[in-house]
Design a protein around this ligand. Structure first.
Ligand code: SAM
Length: 423
């Protein structure tokens, strides 16, 4: 039963950290009204699908998910289904036409209205897709962070860039910078609740600007929150990497030597067509600046293969870029035409098998390079923030975000170690 009676809810999340954080907000708001999380969809009264529109495959996943839920709803007519996030913002009420069993629809800026709309959705769907709504409306204390040690904190919503392939500015709208005092207050609250690591989020987080404060200033403000051990941020855009940001990575105690800096391609022709605002030489100069000031910096990146017109030669330029930079991790995606983007005017002319081949070649090459980089660290020492403890052992992350498994370090061993003072 929905209404005054309490429901058990299940949230399915697709996409990036921002979507994960949005789902944490929805979960927290539902809990604050007394609803309880269900262990799986089969035992839930309300299922909420938080969607991602970045690639076509991601959008398709929504409709697959909805067709499975249709069967579930036929068996249990009391079940309510909600859809939110980027696909909802993009497709709007078309979702209700394609999937008549959907009861609730919210966009990227109206997720905070889910509990209220759930009450309203009786007999007809409740919809709020207003993109002008306040994206920071959820009270900090209501956010139900998934990890017990690491919390996401929103710094910027939306994106002002005009990358030819990217749908995000259309779904999440232009940048809205959150006031620094609100960010610091949220971090202080998290530390009081026991969190040791914070990741500041934004589609282009290092474009942050509030009055005369830039992103390096924001990091300095958060760095001094007492009790905070680690500060990270994602996603950064190469255009907004400044010497001041490199200094902040080097000098601020809590700021981890880790940067996710999507390059997208190693070819100047492709980068110009993508409207990324830098060429290969400038990207490499940015990396040189960062490594000069932060020698142990760990760098990860995103690459798109099979962008319209990408020749084999241009692809080879991306392959050699991996060698030139030495990334510590890489996410490779096959180009996917998205509605409302300028690249849609270009022919999607690289066949899918060729996109798959390029993706495989890049991943294999990266694996070899990454293995060598990891092997060079064997015998070294690192601080690990443990985030998972299981009977057989534990695992956690180094400041560079490398995963470290600690076999045999079960709960008892760790409790024994942690009963000693931590330095
Ligand atoms: N705002 C960040 C940026 O621009 O660097 C990240 C945006 S997106 C959520 C994450 C990654 O998905 C991008 O860096 C890009 O590599 C990839 N991506 C975005 N649009 C794509 C498309 N149309 N086809 C394939 N991959 C895409």
């Amino acid at each position: 039963m929905i209404g005054k009676a309490k429901t058990r809810f299940f949230i399915r999340t697709f996409g990036c950290q921002m979507n994960v954080n949005d789902s944490e907000k929805v979960a927290g708001l539902l809990r604050a009204e007394g609803h309880e999380p269900a262990a799986d969809p089969a035992t839930a009264d309300f299922i909420f699908v938080n969607t991602c529109a970045v690639r076509e495959k991601a959008a398709d996943k929504l409709y697959h998910s909805l067709s499975r839920l249709k069967k579930l709803k036929a068996e249990r007519p009391g079940l309510r289904i909600g859809v939110g996030g980027c696909v909802a913002q993009l497709e709007g009420e078309r979702i209700l036409e394609k999937a008549r069993h959907v009861d609730l629809l919210v966009g990227t800026h109206t997720l905070h209205r889910v509990p209220e709309l759930l009450r309203e959705a009786a007999g007809r769907p409740a919809v709020d897709l207003d993109r002008k709504a306040n994206a920071f409306a959820v009270p900090d204390a209501a956010i139900d962070h998934l990890s017990p040690v690491r919390a996401y904190v929103t710094a910027i919503e939306g994106c002002n860039h005009v990358c030819s392939f990217c749908v995000v500015p259309r779904t999440r709208g232009p940048e809205v910078n959150r006031p620094p005092d609100a960010i610091v207050r949220e971090v202080e609250g998290l530390v009081k609740r026991g969190y040791r690591e914070v990741m500041l989020l934004g589609q282009t987080v290092n474009a942050y600007r509030f009055e005369d404060l830039d992103f390096a200033d924001l990091l300095a403000r958060v760095d001094v929150v007492r009790g905070l051990r680690r500060l990270r941020f994602t996603t950064s855009h190469p255009e907004h990497v400044t010497p001041r940001l490199a200094d902040a990575l080097r000098d601020l105690d809590t700021v981890c030597p880790y940067l996710h800096l999507p390059v997208q391609s190693g070819s100047d022709r492709v980068l110009a067509s993508m409207r990324r605002g830098y060429d290969r030489r400038r990207y490499l100069a940015t990396i040189a600046l960062l490594r000069d000031r932060v020698p142990d910096l760990s760098l990860t990146s995103d690459i798109i293969v099979g962008y319209p017109g990408e020749t084999d030669e241009e692809f080879q330029e991306t392959l050699t870029l991996l060698q030139d930079v030495g990334f510590d991790g890489l996410f490779v995606f096959k180009y996917s035409p998205r509605p409302g983007t300028t690249a849609l005017r270009l022919a999607d002319d690289v066949p899918d098998e060729e996109k798959s081949r390029r993706l495989r070649v890049l991943n294999d090459h990266q694996q070899r390079l990454q293995r060598a980089r990891n092997e060079a660290r064997v015998g070294g020492r690192d601080k690990v923030l443990v985030d998972t403890i299981e009977p057989g052992g534990a695992s956690g992350r180094t400041p560079q975000l490398r995963i470290v498994h600690l076999p045999g370090a079960g709960p008892n061993a760790l409790v024994a170690r942690l009963s000693q003072p931590i330095h």
